[in-house]
Ligand binder design. Structure first.
Ligand SMILES: Cc1cc2nc3c(=O)[nH]c(=O)nc-3n(C[C@H](O)[C@H](O)[C@H](O)COP(=O)(O)OP(=O)(O)OC[C@H]3O[C@@H](n4cnc5c(N)ncnc54)[C@H](O)[C@@H]3O)c2cc1C
Length: 378
């Protein structure tokens, strides 16, 4: 007979594992049966997560590198940003997966199944090799499905190719990372490079675009070569690892609760449409979920960010997708005219309305206003 579960978590990626780790850490779910399903064991270093954070975070133990200083560069403006009280942090995917599974594997109340999920709803999870009746379990999903495109929504992609390069001579300052370098050409659309030094002789250099379609592999590599040579002024280097990723940037609504299932992570709308940052939104989301479960509050009424941020994101996407303003113009102005602390708070959806008005007033207000009205009327 099939076991019954209290909670079923679909997807053992950032959201699924963050949720389960919070549940385990709280000590309040030891008598509950939990099932975690993913298509395969998490054995690859398939991504690095970077994010800004003020205090020590839930995953502080596995922070691989952190920087107190961040550089922003554009044609007529370059600055070493004062990011205090934030630090910019990096977690490697493989460290995250190993850390989570070293805890999860100790839990007698947690079962893990590796099998492809073919379909699911609130009552049945159809796997390639078996089907699981959910019974009374609460189902959390983090499998992202692209929606059918709608005329009134924007669908940009944040896509990037990164190289970890190694040099023979000291070439990097490990205390300072480059958040965005917009000095590169903008022929494909909004394009920037970030450089995250791992030590004096190694750095992750990532060529990043916010556009509707991907480049081919050769194009990313060509641009990376040019950047390393012309902007970092490095002639001799070795590529020791690489990363490629695509993050959806859309104002399509991915709701938290739908058809009896709770959606988390990117699938649950936690990717910030105008920046692609997701890691910290996931952490906030799963914390709120676990707090609500412990306090027996209604999950479906949870809200993770004030609604007005959806409107700001739609306005920004509107400007980028329609080419009315470039990311280079918007972010240069944002960082030039505002303290980094305020920008980070705004991009975290944590500012007050009066702080938002102050930030808006430093941007191209007329263009923003026109785009905002169009988005509002939709
Ligand atoms: C390369 C890369 C780098 C990124 N870097 C950053 C960053 O620096 N900062 C930031 O904030 N965000 C970043 N993101 C965005 C975001 O944080 C990540 O995509 C994050 O992993 C999203 O978490 P998630 O749980 O929603 O999805 P995932 O982590 O992708 O988890 C989904 C899980 O579902 C499983 N799955 C999918 N389909 C099936 C199926 N049919 N059956 C069974 N299992 C299935 C997958 O194996 C996976 O384990 C990055 C994304 C990528 C791709």
């Amino acid at each position: 007979m099939q076991k019954s579960y209290d909670y079923i978590i679909l997807g053992a990626g950032c959201a699924g594992l963050s949720l389960l780790m919070r549940m385990i850490d709280s000590g309040q779910f030891a008598d509950k049966r939990i099932l975690l399903i993913d298509k395969e064991p998490k054995t690859k270093n398939d991504r690095t997560w970077c994010f800004w954070e003020k205090e020590k975070g839930f995953f502080e133990k596995i922070v691989y590198r952190k920087w107190d200083g961040l550089v922003f560069r554009s044609d007529n403006y370059s600055s070493l940003l004062d990011i205090a009280p934030y630090k910019y942090k990096m977690i490697q995917g493989i460290d995250f997966y190993n850390y989570c599974f070293s805890e999860i594997n100790k839990q007698e109340n947690v079962d893990v199944i590796y099998d492809e999920i073919k379909s699911f709803d609130a009552s049945v999870i159809q796997l390639a090799n078996q089907s699981i009746k959910t019974g009374d379990a609460i189902v959390f999903n983090s499998l992202y499905q692209t929606a059918e495109k709608k005329m009134d929504k924007f669908y940009l992609l944040q896509h990037f190719k990164g190289w970890i390069i190694e040099t023979k001579k000291n070439s990097f300052n490990p205390g300072v990372a480059t958040l965005m370098d917009f000095r590169v050409h903008q022929d494909y659309g909004t394009t920037f490079v970030y450089t995250l030094p791992l030590n004096e002789r190694a750095a992750l250099v990532e060529y990043t675009l916010f556009t509707e379609s991907l480049l081919n592999d050769q194009q990313y590599e060509e641009e990376l070569k040019i950047y390393v040579k012309e902007f970092l002024k490095i002639d001799a280097f070795k590529v020791i690892d690489e990363e490629f990723g695509v993050i959806p940037m859309t104002n399509e609504q991915y709701s938290f609760y739908a058809n009896g299932v709770y959606n988390t992570g990117t699938a649950g709308g936690q990717t910030k449409p105008s920046t692609g940052y997701t890691f910290q939104f996931i952490q906030k989301q799963v914390k709120a979920i676990v707090d609500a479960l412990i306090n027996k509050r209604n999950l479906s009424s949870l809200r993770f960010s004030p609604k007005r941020f959806q409107f700001y994101d739609s306005t920004l996407l509107h400007l980028l997708a329609k080419g009315e303003l470039s990311g280079k113009e918007i972010f240069t102005r944002m960082f030039k005219k505002n303290k980094a602390e305020q920008v980070f708070k705004f991009l975290d959806n944590e500012t007050s309305l009066s702080e938002e008005i102050k930030i808006m007033s430093t941007l191209q207000i007329g263009t923003f206003f026109k785009a905002g009205v169009k988005e509002f009327l939709k």
